[in-house]
Design a protein around this ligand. Structure first.
Ligand code: PNS
Length: 164
């Protein structure tokens, strides 16, 4: 039984995240999608909203026999990974620009907890420029985000920004 943690802010979940989860499902028996509770950030969506969206959209993806669990965590990621008896942390890398910071985090996490491996995965090219931050920015400025996030997330974004 191979279990991975897929951590992130997921504010909100994008089609790029879902692409990584689908790919991760080919490697792991269980993926725990873990939302970071970060008191230093001012997110658009609450933890409950992000959790609801993730549960909704992951129910619709091709996960095969892989079990998908949505959870949230505080504090050190590797500590959470050990508590959940995970083998690996999955992170998506879109471009070389992501790599530098991701490498730093992966090596720090390895130093803190050598039992946990980090697995980098590449999303489909179509999502290589998609980030939660840009999705929020272009939507708030009136542009369409169709195809970048699942339709249910798009609807929630419209509600948030008062564009129903
Ligand atoms: O979606 P994000 O914001 O890129 O995810 C970043 C995340 C949650 C993976 C990272 O901030 C994290 O792991 N935070 C938990 C605190 C921690 O363990 N810090 C040490 C990392 S080396």
């Amino acid at each position: 039984m191979r279990r991975a943690i897929y951590p992130g802010s997921f504010d909100p979940v994008t089609n790029g995240h879902l692409d990584i989860i689908e790919r991760g499902c080919k490697l792991f028996d269980e993926i725990i999608i873990a939302i970071l509770v970060n008191p230093d950030k001012k997110p658009l969506f609450t933890i409950d909203e992000r959790r609801e969206m993730l549960v909704e959209v992951t129910a619709e993806i091709k996960s095969g026999d892989c079990r998908l669990v949505v959870d949230d965590f505080q504090g050190l990621l590797v500590q959470y990974a050990i508590e959940r008896e995970a083998d690996a942390i999955v992170r998506g890398i879109r471009a070389i620009s992501d790599y530098e910071f991701e490498l730093q985090m992966a090596l720090m996490n390895r130093r803190l907890e050598p039992r946990i491996e980090t697995v980098f995965m590449m999303p489909a090219e179509a999502y290589s420029y998609v980030s939660s931050r840009l999705v929020k920015e272009v939507h708030s400025l009136g542009a369409t985000i169709e195809g970048l996030v699942p339709p249910s997330v798009e609807a929630r974004m419209r509600e948030k920004f008062g564009k129903i």
